[in-house]
Design a protein. Structure first.
Ligand code: VGL
Ligand code: ZN
Length: 196
């Protein structure tokens, strides 16, 4: 057995408002739940850390178009829309990271949170990132993880883009790749297939 990098799973914003029926729907957003549940199970079975980031906005923020920003009201703290998708696995070992508490568009799960510190304390070297939306919070989280020096696997099949402009999803994938992320699918990453 060769040395394995210590890894963590980081799920971005798999919340009701980004899924069908929500206020800022990411097309087919709920399709990420199934592949992510497999990964959550595998990580927890191996005793590896799992993080769920959530968009966690105050009722009034400049992030929302009503207050001068870009987006419809979504993921307001303690509302149904801000809850994780009901089918996404939960477990007492999963750590929750709340972001977007202020007036800025902070898309990255590292922005204004102690996520980097938590990962460093756990000795994590490699982060697997997926969730919603590919072209905003996933992309910015991946780019920040790389800046913090983590190896990043971006799980292409377990993310979906919001695509304000058609093609934004593919462009985001290219940006992540060019910045140094490994673009993979969750199937080829299943426990047995990791093989390092
Ligand atoms: C997101 C737009 C606004 C995201 C969050 O999770 O990608 N996008 N807030
Ligand atoms: Zn938001």
């Amino acid at each position: 057995m060769t040395e394995e990098k210590k890894r963590a799973l980081l799920l971005v914003d798999v919340q009701n408002d980004f899924c069908p029926g929500g206020t800022l729907v990411v097309g087919h957003g709920d399709e990420v739940v199934e592949p992510l549940n497999k990964l959550i199970t595998e990580f927890l079975e191996r005793g590896e850390p799992v993080f769920k980031a959530r968009d966690w906005h105050p009722p009034q923020t400049k992030h929302f178009s009503d207050y001068g920003g870009t987006w419809p009201i979504h993921c307001v703290q303690n509302t149904h829309g801000a809850e994780f998708h009901p089918n996404l696995l939960d477990d007492k070992h999963i750590r929750v990271i709340s972001k977007g508490l202020g007036d800025e568009d902070s898309y990255s799960a590292f922005d204004g949170t102690d996520l980097a510190l938590q990962l460093q304390r756990l000795g994590v070297e490699e982060v697997w990132v997926a969730g919603l939306a590919t072209d905003y919070c996933v992309k910015n989280t991946v780019l920040d993880a790389l800046k913090h020096g983590f190896h990043v696997k971006a799980l292409k099949d377990a993310m979906r883009p919001v695509e304000v402009q058609p093609g934004d999803g593919e462009r985001a994938i290219d940006e992540m790749r060019q910045a140094g992320a490994e673009i993979v699918t969750s199937q080829e990453q299943e426990a047995g297939a990791v093989g390092r």
